[in-house]
Ligand binder design. Structure first.
Ligand code: MHF
Ligand code: KIV
Ligand code: MG
Length: 271
């Protein structure tokens, strides 16, 4: 297999080039140094230190108990294992919603721990905060559609944007987040057709999908779902890449290849 560990670290400009060339961006979650090194050498473009660590590492039933200290710790672990991958870290529940100043103070701690970009859940109402961070040197990924930190408001982990009113609001949200300076708009559990429309409508920002169809600029999955390790119920949008693989390296390499050649996600993983 091709080891990419002596490749140059990816920069924001590399993602713009990939998008211009029509090359899909392969993203996986990552929480520790050993897996970070593995994902790096298998060609994963972005490693997301996700607050899904509340589920997959800590055994919680939601991401709400995850703290900034947890995110700093795991961001540091990942950053020490990475050579090439870009590192994105989730801002945990309660660490950014109060004010742009609160968001900046806490984003700075994740960046100091090794993040290259932070991810923030929420629609157009987060645009002011995103602009504040971007103007101060913090690249931002916005996260819309199913936003797990709002599970108590949403009433469950369900597809979002399924009716015309919701779809119109989501399109406006994506535009506002792009205009605020978000580098990426991540869409979770969004109908494939709507996610494709939103991706086509954005010039400046790329999109990353999870359960959002194949027409996004990139794809993300939770690592423990795609290697068949997560013991809970796995959402329909996941695929176990260990099936037919000879090793974890092989599974991750196949995931990257499947994202790049657009064979993942298929219709069965989409809504
Ligand atoms: N292991 C893991 N994988 C994830 O994808 C993930 C996490 N944890 N934690 C944070 C959020 C929560 N997510 C979830 C959790 C559950 C469903 C789920 O049960 N989906 C069902 C449909 C449920 C319904 O429509 O009512 C599915 O079959 O897709 C989806 C996303 C996605 N994220
Ligand atoms: C599922 C992805 C998008 C995420 O936010 C996480 O892993 O926390
Ligand atoms: Mg998350």
């Amino acid at each position: 297999m091709a080891y990419l560990s002596d490749a140059k670290p990816l920069k924001l400009t590399d993602f713009a080039k990939m998008r211009a060339a029509g090359e899909k961006i392969a993203v996986l979650t990552s929480y520790d140094s050993s897996f970070a090194t593995l994902l790096d050498r298998c060609g994963v473009d972005i490693q997301l230190v996700g607050d899904s660590l509340g589920n997959v590492l800590q055994g919680h039933s939601s991401t709400l108990p995850v703290t900034l200290e947890h995110m700093e710790y795991h961001t540091g672990c990942v950053s020490r294992g990475v050579h090439r991958s870009f590192i994105m870290s989730d801002m945990p529940f309660g660490s950014y919603q109060e004010s742009p100043a609160q968001a900046m103070r806490n984003a700075a701690r994740l960046m100091a721990a090794g993040a290259h970009m932070v991810k923030i859940e929420g629609g157009a109402y987060m645009a002011e905060t995103i602009r504040f961070l971007v103007e101060r040197g913090v690249p931002v990924c916005a996260h819309i559609g199913l936003t797990p930190q709002s599970v108590n408001q949403l009433g469950g982990y369900r597809v979002q944007g399924a009716n015309q009113l919701q779809a119109a609001i989501m399109k406006d949200d994506a535009r506002a987040l792009q205009d605020a300076g978000a580098t990426f708009v991540l869409m979770e559990m969004v109908p494939a057709a709507l996610a494709g429309e939103i991706t086509a409508s954005l010039q400046e920002a790329g999109t990353i999908g999870i359960g959002a169809g194949v027409d996004c600029s990139g794809q993300v999955l939770v690592l423990h779902d795609m290697i068949g390790v997560y013991p809970g119920k796995r959402p329909r949008f996941t695929r176990d890449f260990m099936v037919g693989a000879s090793s974890i390296d092989d599974a991750v390499t196949r995931y990257v290849a499947a994202v790049k050649d657009k064979s993942f996600p298929a219709a069965e993983h989409s809504y």
